[in-house]
Write a protein that binds this ligand. Structure first.
Ligand code: ASP
Ligand code: MG
Length: 428
């Protein structure tokens, strides 16, 4: 008997039909002799709708109440799914994140899991029931308030439960057949990836590929949970994300011995660019600036410092950060202008980031040349560049991002013959 954790995203449970379709799938998995724990997201775009609604009521960020509000989305889908399963003759019970033992820190809106004690889930599955758990939410160990894990956080709930329950696999059901070489909503010729190392998947997720929550991939890698990303709309085999490098070398007969050089192209529209202009070019100024930004609890992504213009003794420092953290970081920097001694701050939300990812690129010197050549041919100007061993990222204007993604995807021979299927969802 296997223990399977199945996670269904918002587009899979967008309406009553969707919930019934998912219920059937869960009941079939259970009937095939498996123990099943299900994690659900909120229906369709309902989390965004709740956010919009709150925005019509207040502009004050009341983080505690926002988490109370947003966590309601998952409570709706979990209860409806349990009803749909019971309707099919199965036996299901739903649990909030708190009831399922998802213990977090107290950072509302971006809480981190610090402990998982799923006693009630264990009892339910030992009884032969199907346990449904609300994704994306937990409870703070200190304040006992309800917290949420950040947008897309249900994936992380699923993996955390899979790890705590020692599940055999964590299946992430979504509205496409797996992880693609680019977002199929932007590149219709993108191809499904059959197997990907968690190292490459981490870079894809960190670079804005929304198919999996970054923290879900980190968690799966740390705890060795195999992930199977697949569609809830088809029975097709999806993409396997393999947790350890050892899994990668279990080569089947007939399989090519070397991995492809490039696994895919990711893009991200959620970041803004900050330039601190005229920073005194003396030791300690970068530390001051990033200290201030870190104090605003912001994750910095790319950083570029220019050489100081000759004789000026001043330099510019640019970095990118999530748009949602932009205001707080800018306010904090402005408040410290006199202390740091910079001239002005420029802030631009009209940027996009494109990343090319592949573990094979570290041993292939021609990759960067081909990458920049593709952008040049597409007429795309580059604003910032950063690299890791298995990734090259650039910042471009938001307007040219889709063009850039398609150009790079084509330049690396990733275009497939058939158009990728997007079964549902709005990609919001
Ligand atoms: N419902 C939450 C969101 O829309 C969590 C999730 O779907 O994973 O971000
Ligand atoms: Mg998601």
């Amino acid at each position: 008997m296997s223990l399977i954790v199945q996670k269904f995203g918002g587009s899979s449970v967008a309406d009553a039909e969707g919930i019934k379709r998912v219920a059937k799938r869960v009941v079939d998995t259970h009937a095939a002799g498996n123990e099943v724990v299900v994690v659900v997201s909120a229906m369709g775009d309902s989390t965004d709708e709740l956010l919009d609604l709150a925005g019509q009521i207040t502009t004050l960020g009341n983080a505690r109440e926002m988490d109370m509000l947003l966590s309601a989305g998952e409570r709706i889908s979990m209860a409806l799914l349990a009803m749909a399963i019971n309707e099919l003759g199965g036996s299901a019970q739903s649990f909030t994140g708190s009831q399922a033992g998802m213990i977090t820190d107290a950072f509302h809106g971006k809480a981190r899991i610090i402990d998982v004690s799923p006693h009630r889930i264990k009892t339910a599955i030992e009884r032969g029931d199907i346990a449904i758990v609300a994704g994306f939410q937990g409870v703070s160990q200190d304040s006992h308030d309800i917290t949420t894990l950040g947008r897309g956080g249900s994936d992380t709930t699923a993996v955390a439960l899979a790890a705590a329950l020692d599940a055999d696999v964590c299946e992430i059901y979504t509205d496409v057949d797996g992880v693609y070489t680019a977002d199929p909503r932007v590149v219709s010729s993108a191809q499904k990836i059959e197997k990907i190392s968690s190292e490459e998947m981490l870079e894809l997720a960190a670079s804005g590929a929304k198919i999996l929550h970054l923290r879900c991939v980190e968690y799966a890698r740390r705890f060795g949970v195999p992930l199977h990303v697949r569609s809830s709309f088809s029975a097709h085999e999806g993409t396997w994300v393999l947790p350890s490098p050892d899994d990668k070398i279990k080569i089947q007969e007939g399989e090519p011995l070397e991995q492809p050089i490039i696994s895919g192209v990711a893009h991200d529209r959620s970041e803004a660019k900050v330039t601190v202009v005229g920073v005194p070019d003396i030791p300690g100024k970068a530390a001051e600036i990033f200290g201030i930004v870190a104090g605003a609890n912001t994750n910095i992504d790319m950083i570029v410092q220019n050489v100081s213009t000759k004789g000026s003794g001043r330099t510019d420092i640019s970095f990118t950060l999530p748009i949602i953290d932009g205001k707080e970081a800018i306010d904090a920097l402005n408040a410290a202008q006199a202390v740091v001694g910079f001239d002005t701050i420029q802030y631009n939300e009209q940027i996009g980031k494109l990343s090319l990812i592949g573990a094979g690129m570290r041993s292939n010197p021609g990759v960067s040349h081909r990458f920049f050549e593709a952008l040049h041919n597409a007429g795309v100007n580059i604003d910032m560049i950063s690299t890791s061993e298995i990734r090259i990222s650039v910042v471009t204007s938001a307007k040219l991002l889709d063009t850039a993604v398609r150009a790079v995807h084509a330049a690396f021979g990733l275009d497939g013959e058939d158009a990728a299927t997007v079964y549902g969802g709005t990609g919001r």
